[in-house]
Design a binder for this molecule. Structure first.
Ligand SMILES: *Cc1c(COP(=O)(O)O)cnc(C)c1O
Length: 339
């Protein structure tokens, strides 16, 4: 049955929002101090102090911020913070090139443009993601084609990719949902067999690894978000990672109104928009980044503790991770509740 675009988009939104929290109907008899009742149901709260505030702001955030402010070079075409962050982020991840953008959404849009995805093209995507992954495909006038979710991992089911490929398929766009890697070995195997580029949506997966390599550097291009809810945060922001110089140049040009990488250039080599990151964002990212590794290790410890405890509760199944996963970013803590 044909669906109108409006119906399709609202159904997509419902699907991406569908994994929220169910109302607790469990009785938690394993919490002795609350007399077996959850605090929300009148039991004694386990926590009395509030959670730590987020984001954390330290001296280096203030120093970098005020340096940009007082230098008066607020645009990346004049300043140096964006370039410095790009270098540091590329080094941290082990990629040749990094380009920062205004957001994760614009990083994905820029990448699709660099890959020349356009009208008539199909892009394989997971239905369980943030809606931006789908929106950017529509913005290129291409068609997102859903490949269903692996119910044990919440990731795109790579075993179902092959069946979704048609003569119009131009790209595979897996998402590392919750910060855990999708099955990259299987995805790359299918991509290679069909000569398709892979664009990794790593917007939730800062520092996550597949076989000790950072995600975002394994496909042809990988994208991050630095929006306020993400593990590395500058309010808004994004980045594209690649080892391919030609794709990097195309991304630079597209995000800079079709101009080349030479800032002085007023040549217009392709179509484009302004998706540049400001110096303020980059200054915050450089400071925030200095704490990302230790914060991520803490997340891992906490998540592993939670997993060990949840395993004791029947009907709660923490997300399984693929064998190649050597690190999860634990942006979300994913589990399935079976009533
Ligand atoms: C956050 C997110 C995006 C979009 O990033 P913005 O910076 O909010 O534009 C895209 N994909 C996924 C999976 C995300 O979580």
């Amino acid at each position: 049955m044909e669906k109108s675009r409006r119906e399709f988009l609202s159904a997509t939104f419902a699907a991406t929002a569908g994994l929220g929290l169910a109302k607790p109907s469990l009785s938690f008899s394993m919490l002795p101090e609350s007399g077996g009742r959850l605090a929300i149901l009148g039991g004694t709260p386990v926590r009395t102090a509030p959670f730590p505030s987020w984001p954390m702001v330290k001296e280096n955030d203030e120093k970098n911020w005020s340096e940009v402010l007082h230098a008066g070079r607020w645009c990346r075409l004049d300043g140096s913070f964006a370039t410095r962050f790009e270098k540091a982020w590329a080094e941290t991840l082990g990629a040749k090139y990094c380009l920062v953008t205004a957001s994760g959404t614009t990083a994905l849009l820029t990448s699709l443009n660099a890959l020349d995805i356009g009208p008539g093209d199909e892009v394989l995507v997971p239905p369980y993601t943030f809606v931006a992954t789908i929106n950017v495909v529509f913005m290129q006038h291409a068609l997102p084609v859903f490949v269903d979710t692996d119910r044990d991992t919440f990731q795109i089911d790579a075993r179902k990719l092959e069946a979704a490929i048609t003569s119009r398929t131009r790209c595979i766009l897996p998402v590392h949902m919750g910060g855990s890697p999708a099955d990259l070995d299987k995805i790359l195997e299918v991509a290679k067999a069909h000569n398709l580029p892979v664009l990794e949506d790593a917007c939730q997966a800062h520092l996550a690894e597949w076989k000790h390599k950072k995600v975002s550097t394994i496909g042809d291009l990988g994208c991050f978000s630095f929006q306020a809810s993400k593990n590395l945060n500058s309010g808004e922001g994004g980045a594209i990672l690649t080892n391919n110089e030609e794709l990097f140049q195309a991304c630079w040009s597209f995000h800079n109104n079709g101009r080349g990488t030479e800032n002085a250039s007023f040549g217009y080599e392709r179509n484009g928009l302004n998706h540049r990151m400001t110096e303020f964002q980059a200054a915050l990212l450089l400071a925030q980044m200095s704490r990302l590794e230790s914060q991520s290790q803490r997340r891992t410890q906490n998540a592993e503790y939670l997993t060990s405890q949840l395993r004791e509760i029947s009907g709660v199944a923490p997300a399984r991770m693929y064998e190649g996963t050597t690190r999860s970013a634990y942006h979300l803590y994913m589990f399935r509740y079976d009533p």
